[in-house]
Design a protein around this ligand. Sequence first.
Ligand SMILES: CC(C)(COP(=O)(O)OP(=O)(O)OC[C@H]1O[C@@H](n2cnc3c(N)ncnc32)[C@H](O)[C@@H]1OP(=O)(O)O)[C@@H](O)C(=O)NCCC(=O)NCCS
Length: 143
Amino acid sequence: MDKRELKYFGMRKNHYSLVRKFWECTDGIKLTIGDSENEFESFLKRNKGMSFICKDKSILIGTILCGHDGRRGFIYHLAVDKNYRNMSIAKTLINKSITQLKSQGIKRCMLMADSINENAKSFWIKMQWRKRDDLQMFSIDLK
Ligand SMILES: CC(C)(COP(=O)(O)OP(=O)(O)OC[C@H]1O[C@@H](n2cnc3c(N)ncnc32)[C@H](O)[C@@H]1OP(=O)(O)O)[C@@H](O)C(=O)NCCC(=O)NCCS
């Protein structure tokens, strides 16, 4: 695969069905109540220009969702098609999102990796992200 054929685009609301299908068939990506079309649109609207996709011609091969709350950046759904891994696509997607976070004055970025997702854990360690053994995640569903 010639890397020059790969193109990166800002993620837009009309990418929803494409990215949703991609996430549904990618191991390691867990879809939750935050992944409805409405929530996807509202996330992109609140966090303009921070999420990206990568395509090989018309085929979607990579995604990153990124946003912030004014204090911390968050990354979700970083995924690269199995046939295109180890080609620095994830690294490029992360760099694009981090550049946007920095431009908005955000100083720290977080992400959640499933504790059984060994591939993700070793990837983030390789990328020199700190594994936070000092923190526990808590959540509540708001009805
Ligand atoms: C994790 C994932 C996004 C990595 O994508 P990728 O495009 O293959 O990663 P890159 O090619 O940008 O890798 C960057 C570097 O990390 C290395 N790397 C890639 N996957 C790795 C892994 N699982 N463990 C350790 N190192 C890894 C690459 O060799 C490369 O090293 P280099 O800079 O020395 O050449 C991909 O494996 C994936 O989509 N996994 C399934 C979805 C998932 O679990 N996402 C994470 C949710 S938290």
